[in-house]
Each structure stands twice: as C-alpha cells, then as structure tokens.
Design a protein around this ligand. Structure first.
Ligand SMILES: Cc1cc2nc3c(=O)[nH]c(=O)nc-3n(C[C@H](O)[C@H](O)[C@H](O)COP(=O)(O)OP(=O)(O)OC[C@H]3O[C@@H](n4cnc5c(N)ncnc54)[C@H](O)[C@@H]3O)c2cc1C
Ligand code: FES
Length: 252
C-alpha cells in the first residue's frame, strides 16, 4: 500500500449522478480485481477519505467511477483536470478466482457494478467465461457498457424496466443460473441485494464471494470503523480482511 499525490487526468459525468475519474499515480501500480483506493477529499474540513473501487489500472493510470452521494463525492466531482488528489492504494484483498474455476457469474447492482469491471479486465484475458448480471436503477443510470461488454454474455436489467427487463441483478442471475452452471459467483452491491443472493446460493454448493461496502475511516486496518460480523461470532475489518468475503462467512 502506498500514499501518493496523484494528478487528475479526467473527471467527468458518465451517467446521471455518476462520474468517472482517471488519475496518474506517478508510478505503475500492481492492482488485483476488486481492490480499492481511499481518496482524500482534500479541503481540510472532510478529513475522512472515501473508499472507491478500482475499475481499471493501466500502468500508472487508475480509473474509478463514483456516484454522487454526499459532500465527499461532490467535492471529488469538482476536482479539475491537472488537480491533485491524495490516494492510498491499492487496498483490500480483492477477488481471487482459482485456476479450476473456469466459468464465473458476476452479479452487480448500484455502485457494486464498478468492481465487476476490474474482474472482467483481469479474468477475460486469462480465458475465463464470464456471465454478467448487472442491475441499474433506470436507463439514465446505465453506464460502463464498454467495460461490461467484455463478458461472454451480459444481461443488463433496471428496477423500472426502462432499460432491459424490469428486475434486479439477483433475479436476472437466478433465472439463468441452472443454464449457465457457474463454478463461482462474484458479487457487489447493496446489502439487501447480497442478502437475496445469499438465499439464491443456499444449497447450491457453488462458492460465492461478495465485496462489502462499509463506511470506512483509515482504510488500512487501524481504526476499526469498518468492522463487520462473521457467522462464526468473530469480527472482520472490511478494509483489511476484505472487502471480499465468502458469502457464507459474513452476516449480512
Ligand atoms: C470498498 C468500497 C468500495 C466502494 N466503491 C465504490 C465505487 O466504486 N463507486 C461508488 O460510487 N461508491 C463506492 N463505494 C461507496 C462510497 O465509498 C460512498 O458512497 C462514499 O464514501 C460516500 O461519500 P460521500 O461523502 O459522498 O457521502 P456521505 O455524506 O459520507 O454519505 C452519503 C450517503 O451515503 C451513505 N454511505 C456513505 N458511505 C457509504 C458506504 N461505504 N457504503 C454505503 N453507503 C455509504 C451514507 O450513509 C449516506 O446515506 C465503495 C465503498 C467501499 C467500502
Ligand atoms: S477503515 Fe479503519 S480499520 Fe477499516
């Protein structure tokens, strides 16, 4: 993990309330799918960094996509090209797919679609078959299709049916699961979505890994702001022990 003062190369809207930002970290960064950065929002009044998944890492250039939520992401959206941003990276364990797992199903909803792009970028070149089930709020929120279209098959759905079928990503996956028979399922999205996925996966014997979105402080395992409860009664730090966990391992 490094702290760098990165230079913003691009920072512009790509869908309603969603921005894509590319910055140069100044040095090439080895990044695994599902890892994240912790971005300084930089005005002194907002001391906590904001965790954002890495979509794309190419040499020293890193691209993230973020939805405007509150003050932190609003400040990020105002960073000009050429501006500086303090970044801790790469953070977290990321998604790890075993050699024998040839067929991957991706289930992503909301801001959880962004780490799915990093999975496609890492595992398509490694010869994996990837079936993606991606849910957006409505057609105005649809974005990143160029990255998602690297999938072997891509199903895009929306909550209101304004783009693709009217359903969520878990429903789209559940209706196709028996046909595709994935060796492993990787997912990221809001907790109710992950709970629904846990139900779908129960009794299938298919391993399923989820990336959790917890509020964070330090992002490096020191402050315990991000602790989640595990099914064995223990606790885990989402930033350091995760954000990716086996779905059976965590209480959602
Ligand atoms: C590992 C990780 C990866 C993430 N990747 C992305 C990403 O790729 N793109 C993206 O848009 N967002 C991502 N998030 C969520 C993002 O960190 C929050 O949306 C952001 O910190 C909100 O900051 P804010 O100052 O704009 O909003 P705040 O004013 O802090 O909060 C606004 C609203 O968002 C909620 N919120 C804040 N933080 C989180 C959080 N971590 N999870 C869920 N809800 C939250 C608050 O409860 C509040 O309702 C990720 C979170 C984690 C932990
Ligand atoms: S954010 Fe500080 S321990 Fe995870």
């Amino acid at each position: 993990m490094k702290e760098v003062l990165a230079t913003v190369l691009a920072n512009a809207p790509i869908a309603e309330g969603v921005y894509s930002m590319t910055f140069s970290a100044g040095t090439p960064m080895p990044v695994r799918a599902g890892q994240f950065v912790n971005l300084g929002v930089g005005d002194g009044a907002h001391l906590l960094r904001r965790p954002i998944a890495i979509c794309k890492a190419e040499g020293e250039n890193i691209t993230v996509c973020y939805q405007l939520k509150g003050e932190g992401t609003r400040l990020l959206s105002r960073l000009p090209v050429g501006g500086k941003v303090s970044v801790l990276l790469p953070l977290g364990n990321g998604f790890f797919v075993r050699e024998e797992e040839k067929k991957i199903a991706l289930v992503g909803g909301g801001v959880g679609i962004f780490p799915m792009i990093s999975v496609l970028r890492e595992y398509v070149p490694k010869g994996k078959e990837i079936y993606s089930y991606i849910g957006f709020r409505n057609k105005n929120a649809v974005c990143c299709l160029d990255g998602l279209e690297k999938s072997t098959a891509l199903t895009v759905v929306t909550d209101d049916g304004s783009y693709g079928k009217k359903m969520n990503a878990v429903q789209a996956f559940a209706t196709d699961m028996d046909r595709v028979k994935p060796d492993v399922v990787l997912s990221c999205g809001p907790v109710p979505m992950l709970r629904a996925l846990k139900e779908v996966m129960q009794g299938t014997g298919i391993p399923c890994y989820v990336s959790l979105e917890e509020r964070m402080g330090c992002g490096i395992g020191a402050c315990l702001v991000c602790v989640c409860n595990k099914t064995d009664g223990a606790h885990a730090r989402v930033c350091k022990d995760g954000p990716v966990f086996n779905i059976e391992e965590v209480i959602l």
